[in-house]
Design a protein around this ligand. Sequence first.
Ligand code: ADP
Length: 470
Amino acid sequence: MRIRSIGSKLTVWYTSLLTLTFLLLGGITYGLLAYSLSRDMDFALNGVAEVLAENARIEGNVFVPSDVDELFRRFFGFSPLDRQIELFDPRGQLERQQKDRNNSLNIPLSPEAMQGAAQGISTFETVKTDEIYPIRVLTVPILKSGRVINLVRVGMSLENMYKTRRRFLLIMAAVFPLGLLLAGGGGWLLARRALRPVDEMTQTAQRISGEHLDQRLQESGNGDELDRLAGTLNDMLGRLDDAIHQMRQFSADASHELQTPLTILKGEMEVALLKQRSPEEYQRVLLSGLEEIDRINHLVSGLLLLARADAGVLRLDLQTVDLKELCRDVCEQMDSIAKTRSIDLQSGDMNPVIIQGDREHLRRLLLNLVDNALKYTSVGGSVRLTLKTSGTWALLEIADSGIGLSLEEQKKIFNRFHRATEARSSDGKGVGLGLSIALSIAEAHGGRIAVASIPGQGSTFSVHLPVTSG
Ligand code: ADP
């Protein structure tokens, strides 16, 4: 089964980690407990054996008094001193054992113990007997004048140690699931609480559609990850909202600009058809119709270019372009328009610059800028074109002594269908796409366009295009 909710996933991960931690810690604690229990036992055995050996060496007596042992056994059912003590001769024959005890080991000395004793070393062993629990035994040699005179063996049942270990395991088995249940439940509640804002965000996001992009996710303002996520999503929604708004505005403007020449065309034809006309009159109507069709054509080709540039599929027919020559061409082409307005159109400083680009697109870019410069410069003014290289860039400048642009306007003129107020009143022909198209062409070539202007004094449009070797 696949878990879909993050809360449940977190809880499963958390509980699994906790189980592992519990098991690891439990294992380590159990190991330490077992180790310290057996160390204590060996220590106790060693203590008793040492005392007995010392006693035997001095007094020849090896047995602890049994009354204390008895007392423990009567009240508690066992005695911490409950141990078997046996005395062997150096050859390993049993000499004596604790008299009042019937639970002697009844097992011979092991060869290891004998060997150890011969070298004067004490030997610890764990011995299995008929009893349920094994016995831990310590064999200690009793030395006198460097000679082994006897061996004392002290044995102790591992019953208590095994029981303590089992009790520990039982406690762990009871506490472990309980702890896990509590911690897992707590973890699940915490995860649910922490993720509640995500649920709320999901619900709000589901309500937001193209029609309601003005809605925003609620931000808690506490600066945590979820708050920052909500903020980021809100910023994104804001940008989407703007983009959709611009798209709608663009469609509305484009439809409007297309509708105007079509309405004129239709109106002129309807008027012409109202009565019989002379061939000259028909010719005039047809010529005017052609003008409108040209306008529509120009607008549609501009819109197409922008749409392709937006989609990143503007095809550039790359070839070697001599920018100086192109500037001269454009100046010649625009010269008659300049003359009709008595504007001095000149190419100033022109350094030869060769770039790789699409000649026709670059011509359109230049024509748009020069056309603007002429359109927004009053009679008797001047327009200058200069060309030079600046680092790895070709820098083309079109400076006019025209109406200029305020700072506010400079920021907006590259927007589609944007026209400054002065432009609207001074010229009825433009639609506000010329600069957007010029910018798209420059960008498709890896370049950019900037404007510097002083209202009433003129503007300079600078086109940067990358110069490629060859
Ligand atoms: P259009 O010229 O068709 O209106 P453009 O996109 O070419 O559209 O230009 C957008 C606006 O930028 C123009 O309406 C005008 O207000 C402003 N503009 C462009 N070029 C100049 C210029 N050389 N001097 C002053 N204003 C300009």
